[in-house]
Design a protein around this ligand. Structure first.
Ligand SMILES: N[C@@H](CCC(=O)N[C@@H](CS)C(=O)NCC(=O)O)C(=O)O
Length: 219
């Protein structure tokens, strides 16, 4: 099996989801760091026409969009399975992956994550408290739904760890670094317990921001 190359930005939750899946599969991969200022460069646009990360390269095949990448990894490396067997659990997993893209990232993830982490840490910007406050009602609605879907299960789409956990875990771990995490998980202890559970997996400890930054330097 050829090596996988992941183009990404250390700390990026979407990129981390791909790394988590590769780690879960025990795959051989290389992380190619992309500087945030390079996203709109001709070189990066040649591999991702929308100027985002991650991008997966596998031999002569190149793929962007995290959900598509995760499903590709699952198909080429089916074991251990990260997709449930039961039809309804697969449907829940798919639904959760879309919730991630449409409701968790768009607003809660990109606004709170940018204002609290990316802006201050990488660009020296002060957080825009008005923008954060504006997105909190939507964030509460998303956390309420995720908490309800999780219920008493061990993982988001059932008891087994699936692509939904690989995708949503990094987004939630990113938000867990912000003061809004306490507010958003208040009364939703199951989400805190789930994040602690997935965070203990070797695939999560191997893909922290610091570790991925070291992989990028070594590339
Ligand atoms: N729908 C894309 C979203 C990827 C995405 O938004 N990635 C962020 C980093 S976590 C990014 O590239 N941001 C750069 C930008 O918005 O300019 C996917 O699933 O891969």
């Amino acid at each position: 099996m050829s090596e996988f190359i992941v183009h990404g930005i250390p700390g990026s939750p979407y990129g981390r989801a791909v790394l988590v899946a590769l780690e879960e599969k025990g795959a051989r991969y290389r992380f190619q760091g992309v500087a945030p200022g390079e996203l709109r460069s001709a070189r990066h646009l040649a591999i991702h026409p929308f100027g985002r990360v991650p991008v997966l390269v596998h031999a002569d095949f190149r793929l962007y969009e995290t959900a598509a990448i995760l499903r590709y990894i699952e198909r080429v490396l089916p074991s251990p399975a990260l997709v449930p067997l039961a039809t309804r659990e697969v449907a829940r997993m798919d639904q959760l992956m879309n919730v991630n893209d449409w409701y968790l990232f768009q607003g809660p993830g990109n606004v709170i994550g940018f204002q609290r982490i990316v802006g201050p840490k990488l660009m020296g910007l002060a957080p825009d408290e008005t923008a954060i406050a504006a997105v909190l009602p939507k964030a509460h609605a998303v956390f309420e739904e995720l908490s309800a879907q999780l219920g008493t299960q061990r993982h988001l789409a059932g008891d087994a760890f699936t692509l939904a956990d690989a995708m949503i875990g990094p987004q939630m771990d990113f938000l867990a670094q912000t003061p809004e995490w306490e507010v958003l998980t208040h009364g939703r202890a199951n989400l805190r317990e789930w994040l602690a559970r997935v965070g203990e997996r070797p695939s999560f400890s191997a893909t922290t921001w610091e570790k991925v930054a070291r992989l990028a330097q070594a590339a």
